[in-house]
Design a protein around this ligand. Structure first.
Ligand code: AMP
Length: 397
């Protein structure tokens, strides 16, 4: 298998699947967060420096079918150009004679961005003929879009078949896989996973997989109350999945068998309604009065988490400790984020990935103080669950 570092790009046209699904201002269509574009720069720059030219393809949003102004990638051309420090040409269709003419005439060092792939429904249905059309743009295919690696779309998976000998991961995708494997196959111990978020049901597969790989499992967020109830605690009106009380119990048994320490919050900040302005108090997590719900973890829990995290060599954080979107219920999540930063400063490897913990670490402006923040929400979750991601498999096979 080729690696981006060893492939000879000289005189070659590289067709790169990037994830430029960036947020745009509703009125001006200006890019409001360019993180995803920046993440793709190392791959693009490397290929250009090695004498290649670059054709970029991506989706943006979820258009129904056909052109929609608000989902046009033309809005991001100026930003990509600014970040690359060179002109970026734009093809107003991702296939068709005009687009093919533009890619054909591309010279080494030049960059072409194609219009939104999802203006064709054949992209998401993974239609082979569409993938074949797209493949005409390049001599070599590079997948650098981790965020869509769990989808068997034309440009992320099917197209790899058109480049049996000239396909590879870009730096971003390579780094994502390397970092998540660093957690899943960690030899440095102890390994701690924090799994929070809303529901046990959506995280069972991940938790079960982690139970064979970690030393400590911290359970946070809404799902903690199902564990507390399973142990006989009173959880008032907190979020509970009654159908999963048995599952929670089994997870605890399995953890015990595998010698995994499970940390369940001991105290919680309760509210009399699901509202930032609700009345609040801190109570033991198993003594929540009726009419009240736990929306955050308390100080004692933060202290226990900090202790566990500071003794860890490898940390995975997936899911917030509470309803961190509300100022009054963000402290537990902030405390965990700060403890992860502290542990990282002491030499631990920390990966923040899969969903809302990424939003939380960004909200607290601590993203550059941890080892790695994953760019792929759903893709990272599926990777952690052990599901083979089609976009990755298509390059490897
Ligand atoms: P997930 O997408 O499963 O990681 O869940 C993230 C969501 O869980 C966030 O929007 C949080 O606000 C929410 N959440 C965290 N803790 C609680 C809680 N105690 N009660 C209700 N929702 C919560």
């Amino acid at each position: 298998m080729y690696k981006i570092d060893t492939y000879d790009f000289n005189g070659k046209k590289a067709l790169i699947r990037v994830d430029f699904n960036v947020p745009l201002d509703k009125e001006t269509f200006k890019v409001t967060d360019d993180t995803r574009i920046r993440a793709a720069l190392p791959t693009i720059n490397h290929i250009l420096e090695k004498g290649g030219s670059v054709v970029l393809m991506s989706h943006l949003g979820r258009p129904k079918e056909g052109f929609e102004e608000k989902y046009s990638l033309k809005h991001i051309v100026a930003k990509v150009s600014e970040l690359l420090g060179r002109e970026v040409k734009f093809a107003s269709d991702c296939i068709g004679s005009e687009a093919f003419e533009m890619s054909k005439n591309l010279k080494p060092g030049e960059v072409l961005l194609l219009e939104n792939l999802r203006f064709y429904k054949q992209e998401t249905t993974g239609t082979e003929s569409f993938a074949q059309e797209l493949s005409k743009h390049g001599d070599v295919y590079v997948n650098d879009a981790f965020g869509t690696a769990h989808r068997a779309h034309a440009s992320t998976t099917i197209i790899a078949g058109c480049f049996p000998n000239d396909k590879m991961f870009g730096y971003l995708l390579e780094k994502e896989i390397e970092n998540v494997n660093r957690v899943l196959n960690a030899t440095d111990k102890p390994v701690t996973a924090i799994v929070g978020g809303a529901k046990v049901s959506s995280k069972i597969t991940i938790i079960e997989r982690l139970l064979t790989r970690v030393d400590n499992l911290i359970v946070g967020g809404g799902m903690a109350y199902t564990f507390v109830k399973a142990q006989g605690g009173k959880v008032g009106n907190s979020l509970v999945e009654d159908d999963f009380l048995g599952t929670a119990w089994e997870i605890l048994k399995k953890a015990e068998k595998n010698n995994v320490r499970v940390v369940i919050p001991v105290d919680t900040i309760i509210a009399d309604k699901f509202d930032n302005e609700a009345n609040r108090k801190t109570v033991n997590i198993n003594e929540i009065p009726d009419g009240w719900m736990g929306l955050d973890t308390g100080e004692k829990t933060s202290e226990i988490c900090r202790e566990v995290l500071l003794s860890s060599k490898v940390i995975l954080w997936n899911g917030p400790m509470g309803v961190f979107e509300m100022e009054n219920f963000q402290q537990g999540t902030l405390d965990v984020a700060n403890a992860i930063v502290e542990a990282t400063e002491k030499g631990a490897f920390s990966l923040i990935g899969g969903g809302d913990s990424v939003a939380a670490i960004n909200k607290f402006k601590l993203a550059d103080k941890v080892s790695y923040v994953s760019t792929g929400g759903g893709a990272m979750l599926e990777y952690l669950e052990g599901i083979e991601l089609p976009g990755i498999a298509a390059i490897l096979n």
